[in-house]
Design a binder for this molecule. Structure first.
Ligand code: ADP
Ligand code: ADP
Ligand code: ZN
Length: 209
């Protein structure tokens, strides 16, 4: 299956993707993780993307479309994939339609009021991309990734003022994708405000897993 996860920043896309990887037996592709890795490695892509990310804005379409195209052309994506954080604009969705036949866009519905607490408690592993929350999903040892043992970090764009800008960006540029995939008959929506396990159950039911 070729699945898109839609939802506001902090709605739980990465967390749900980690669960669905095992359930569906396909990899997840997070454009945010690819960009953060590029920033960490100080590549040209990273240097140009950082200014947009720190301002809560989207990286230009042509940059992320090229990045995504390369990633899903790799062998491990042949049998399907889960897209976490792509597409984020109508032009990205239109470009994706020329690259792959998407089966479903699953939208995690979480109101803005719930998002801030999720962001302030989020901790991420820059090495393997795993995501934690200090209350809802803590690592076994403080500040250490369960999966790879690397140190955990607070994302620089998870500060409350940047989160407000990211939510505005989401509503203006990404939320219209619900209409785009709705018109194609591919949109499914689930409640993302419940705990992590309940959200996994809603997703599995919606996807018939
Ligand atoms: P979140 O998981 O909180 O929604 P991401 O990790 O997906 O955040 O993205 C972090 C930032 O990376 C975004 O705010 C944006 O600047 C950039 N980014 C990630 N994916 C895309 C994309 N598909 N198009 C444009 N910018 C992107
Ligand atoms: P996204 O990829 O959409 O930005 P994440 O998966 O990184 O979102 O989740 C944002 C934060 O909220 C993380 O700290 C994560 O552990 C936590 N989280 C994810 N899903 C839930 C949930 N259903 N209930 C409570 N907290 C959650
Ligand atoms: Zn890790």
């Amino acid at each position: 299956m070729k699945l898109i996860l839609l939802g506001a920043p902090g709605a739980g896309k990465g967390t749900l993707a980690a669960y669905l990887i095992d359930k569906m037996g396909v990899p997840s592709v997070s454009t945010g993780n690819i960009l953060r890795e590029a920033i960490k490695n100080k590549t040209a892509l990273g240097l140009s993307a950082k200014q947009y990310m720190d301002a809560g804005q989207l990286v230009p379409d042509e940059v992320v479309i090229g990045m995504l195209r390369e990633r899903i052309a790799q062998d491990d994506c042949k049998g399907g994939f889960i897209l976490d954080g792509f597409p984020r604009t109508i032009p990205q969705a239109e470009a994706l339609d020329t690259i792959a036949e998407i089966d479903c866009a699953l939208s995690l519905e979480v109101p803005d009021e719930v998002i801030e607490a999720r962001m302030t408690g989020r901790r991420v592993c820059l090495k393997c991309g795993a995501t934690y929350h200090i209350v809802a999903n803590p690592p076994k040892a403080d500040g250490v990734c369960d999966k790879c043992g690397d140190g955990l970090h607070t994302r620089s764009d998870d500060k409350p003022d940047v989160v407000a800008d990211r939510l505005a960006t989401y509503h203006a540029q990404t939320e219209p994708l619900k209409g785009y995939y709705g018109a194609q008959g591919k949109l499914k929506s689930i409640d993302g405000t419940q705990g992590i396990e309940k959200t996994q159950g809603f997703a599995a039911a919606a996807l018939g897993l």
